[in-house]
Design a protein around this ligand. Structure first.
Ligand code: CA
Length: 225
């Protein structure tokens, strides 16, 4: 996964580069908007982290020009809480998500992964857990040979669980990765969606593949008939 970080605060930019490299990303940094736009237009990035207040071109203009050029690389914009710019404007110019400074590094990584997932850039490899098959690129889910129709949200939750079979995924993690406005989502909403998923992928087949880990979250296991 190739990430472009466009950020003029050198220390922050370097810290992001180090941190994201440790997460396995390939990271390039641009310290101003003009260079950032040029690098982004060369293409090849899977996701762009874009500060708003930048010398040269500001983040809004970089974003708008990329979109005008038909470049749909997912963009996470960095906004400042007390700045004169706001989040709504970030989304208006074509950013996919935003994060307000100062932000937690863990949240940044989770948001980037969510963006990559939603954009289908994590690779469309089929994922199999028992006889459950998830085809990310085609947005399809199969139990054996049965096609199961899922809502986009249900699909995103199932895919998240399926990418970590046997591992517990917490409700906050699910919210962070599946919802855009994570801080507005109640934990109960996750339960509702998981119940709906179970009614589709488990109950009709007498399976219990989505296990509840009490007080923590859920895990997906291969449950044979
Ligand atoms: Ca800045």
């Amino acid at each position: 996964m190739r990430v472009l970080v466009v950020e003029d605060e050198r220390r922050l930019a370097m810290a992001l580069q180090r941190g994201l490299r440790a997460e396995g990303f390939d990271v390039d940094v641009a310290l101003d908007g003009t260079l950032g736009l040029a690098m982004a237009l060369e293409g090849g990035y899977d996701v762009i982290v874009l500060d708003i207040m930048l010398p040269g071109l500001n983040g809004y203009r970089v974003c708008a020009r990329l979109r005008a050029a038909g470049d749909l690389t997912p963009i996470l914009m960095l906004t400042a809480k007390d700045g004169e710019y706001d989040e709504a404007e970030a989304l208006d110019t074509g950013a996919d998500d935003y994060l307000t400074k100062p932000f937690s590094y863990l949240v940044l990584v989770a948001r980037l992964r969510a963006l990559l997932r939603r954009s289908g850039r994590t690779g469309g490899q089929p994922i199999g857990v028992g006889d459950l098959t998830i085809l990310p690129a085609a947005h399809r889910c199969l139990r054996g040979d049965d096609e199961i129709t899922l809502t986009p949200r249900e699909f995103a939750i199932l895919k998240l669980l399926a990418e970590r079979p046997g591992e517990v995924v917490t409700k906050p993690q699910i919210i962070d990765e599946v919802w855009d406005q994570a801080d507005e989502v109640d934990l109960n909403v996750v339960e509702v969606h998981v119940s709906a998923l179970r009614r589709k992928i488990d109950a009709p087949y007498q399976r219990r593949s989505i296990e509840t880990v009490r007080g923590v979250g859920y895990r997906l296991v291969a449950d044979a008939p």
